[in-house]
Design a protein around this ligand. Structure first.
Ligand SMILES: Cc1cc2nc3c(=O)[nH]c(=O)nc-3n(C[C@H](O)[C@H](O)[C@H](O)COP(=O)(O)OP(=O)(O)OC[C@H]3O[C@@H](n4cnc5c(N)ncnc54)[C@H](O)[C@@H]3O)c2cc1C
Length: 559
């Protein structure tokens, strides 16, 4: 098999890239996905999120290393393994992040094109916003963004309670400064999940020059030394590839039990996500020499930052028992209300089955000297011990709070020369004093909100962490006990400043500002791994921004 461009991973970024890069019928594009088709009903019905996570049909089912920051716990690390990738199993929250996130990207890359003005214009161009066009939103784009189709009395009360504590109700997030409290907007169309495959891949799958193969795992990249002749022919003057000694010429995949080789005429784009893209690079001999040598993988290119710099949002899930109101816990347990929810969904496409678990959001500053909000709450009208486990038997809500800009850093490392073996995922959560302090501030603020007048008639009782947990040390320990991922790993192949000789200002830089991999020609990484720093919010929309901007740049280069 041969193609001009091979995209590895039909996830959020991969679906958009396949759409844009196959628009010119003269270019053969091959999209390779390890998982299967996204034709399962629980992918389409939003509440199916609860069944798709931790299910090997749709999830890689990774586990993190036991983490000292979580009191030694190892946690489930969901990543979509299906057409649409994580956008087929995510919570559908549409969140661009804050304008200052993009200032940090400009600073990291030295490239103004990553700034908020261009980001806003790009978001508007990709959107089909339910509220119509405005300076903040666009219509006619592929990404359908809608308002939630369910409201909860208890969450309306939580919003008033947040207002009592200084977090003002706002119309919407996504205008660059997220301070305030609002119902999350979602990537849905008329109550059905609108994954990035629905938005970008399915509408163009008929193109003769786009081939999509599923249930095929890329095992490794095939590289070859660059000779003076090939370098000249291909004009490798672009910064990151200027002094490359190797180039990618193909891939090895495992398809229906047999290994096959694919050759690539132009370039390979890794869009396998923040865990699998660095893992695949390391399995191909591209990564920190010490990591590769430890598992006996021959070194093609020693690149220190591959798999390092892992950033993620840790959510601390508190649970409050409530009375005098409905929550999913009680509605789901009662057979009559359960049938009612199903009928409401079947006939009206509304109600709890349209719900991403987190319905209401809030953003605030943990300290007055924070320039922009560094805390995000996801408030769920339900509670459960863990994802994949049954809901609690009592009536309860889960206000979960996370630090949006953690300073803790983790890594993804190859542990075995066999690329089918899962990588080591070490998040190092709460490994800095700053992150611990932010966690304590978040827990304290959650308590204040729950003790506000607006919630008094629901008589909230703190189940987790529990009212006996009061001292700073106890709250830190509670954060370690209750913290879990909110599924936003990023920055494991970070973009940075690269000069015209291929030298990076920061040795941990993996990609140049156009997502070219430093030191291996004809190879890009375009997915959540490419972020220099994590955005202050949920990460799907920023991944789409990266994919869209890189697609545009590639099309301009190829014109
Ligand atoms: C459970 C969950 C809930 C989330 N909720 C939200 C939310 O509500 N809002 C939000 O903004 N963000 C959310 N996120 C995060 C968001 O979905 C991700 O940041 C985004 O989808 C990442 O996109 P990506 O293209 O980097 O990777 P992915 O979308 O994960 O795509 C990677 C693709 O590559 C494939 N792949 C990997 N390795 C190989 C290989 N070797 N060969 C072939 N194919 C391979 C995978 O199977 C997958 O399809 C959530 C994520 C999860 C997992």
């Amino acid at each position: 098999m041969q193609a001009d461009i091979v995209i590895v991973g039909a996830g959020s970024a991969g679906c958009l890239l396949a759409n844009r890069l196959s628009a010119d019928s003269r270019r053969q594009v091959l999209l390779i996905e390890a998982g299967g088709e996204d034709d399962w009903i629980w992918i389409k019905i939003p509440v199916g999120y609860l069944f798709a996570i931790a299910n090997p049909r749709t999830d890689w089912c990774f586990k993190t290393e036991p983490d000292p920051g979580l009191n030694g716990r190892s946690i489930h690390y969901a990543r979509g393994r299906v057409i649409g990738g994580s956008s087929s199993i995510n919570a559908m929250i549409y969140m661009r992040g804050q304008a200052s996130d993009y200032d940090r990207w400009v600073q990291a890359t030295g490239d103004d094109r990553w700034g908020w003005p261009e980001a806003l214009a790009t978001y508007r161009s990709m959107e089909d916003y339910f509220g119509g066009a405005s300076p903040w939103h666009g219509v006619g784009g592929e990404m359908r963004v809608e308002s939630p189709r369910v409201r909860w009395e208890i969450l309306d009360a939580w919003r008033q309670a947040a207002a009592e504590q200084g977090i003002a109700p706002i119309e919407e997030f996504n205008r660059g400064d997220n301070s305030g409290c609002a119902y999350f907007h979602v990537t849905q169309r008329r109550g059905i999940r609108w994954s990035m495959a629905d938005a970008f891949l399915h509408p163009v799958r008929h193109r003769p020059n786009l081939k999509v193969i599923t249930k095929s795992q890329v095992l490794r990249l095939i590289t070859a030394p660059i000779t003076a002749e090939t370098a000249q022919q291909r004009r490798y003057s672009e910064s990151a590839w200027a002094n490359a000694a190797h180039e990618v010429v193909g891939l090895e995949i495992l398809c229906e039990g047999s290994k096959q080789r694919i050759s690539v005429r132009d370039q390979v784009i890794l869009s396998a996500g923040a865990v699998s893209s660095p893992h695949l690079l390391q399995a191909s001999g591209v990564g920190p020499a010490a990591v590769l040598s430890a598992v006996g993988v021959p070194i093609v290119h020693d690149l220190a930052g591959v798999g390092e710099n892992l950033q993620d949002h840790l959510q601390i899930r508190t649970v409050y028992q409530v009375t005098n109101c409905a929550t999913v816990n009680t509605l789901y347990r009662n057979p009559l209300t359960r049938i009612g929810m199903a009928l409401q969904y079947a006939f009206l496409r509304s109600g709890p089955m349209t719900m991403p678990p987190s319905t209401l959001g809030a953003f605030a500053k943990s300290r007055p000297d924070c320039a922009t909000p560094d805390l995000e709450w996801h408030v769920q009208p339900l509670s459960l011990p863990k994802f994949g486990e049954p809901l609690h038997r009592f009536n309860a809500i889960t206000p979960s709070v996370c630090n949006l800009r953690p300073s803790s850093r983790g890594f993804i490392r190859l542990t075995h020369p066999d690329p089918m073996a899962s990588p080591k995922i070490m998040c190092n959560y709460l490994s800095t004093e700053e992150d611990l302090q932010t966690a304590v501030a978040g827990l304290r603020w959650t308590r204040q909100i729950m003790q506000s007048q607006a919630l008094a008639s629901y008589r909230p009782t703190e189940i987790l962490p529990g009212s006996s947990i009061q001292t700073e040390a106890d709250l830190m320990n509670a954060a370690r006990d209750l913290g879990t991922t909110i599924f936003h790993p990023v920055a494991t192949c970070a973009m940075g400043r690269v000069d015209s000789r291929g030298q990076a200002a920061d040795p941990m830089t993996v990609l140049d500002t156009d997502c070219r991999l430093r030191g291996v020609a004809r190879l890009r990484v375009v997915d959540a791994s490419a972020m220099p720093t994590i955005t202050s919010g949920n990460t799907n929309a920023p991944v789409m921004l990266i994919a869209e901007q890189i697609a545009r740049r590639m099309l301009a280069e190829m014109a």
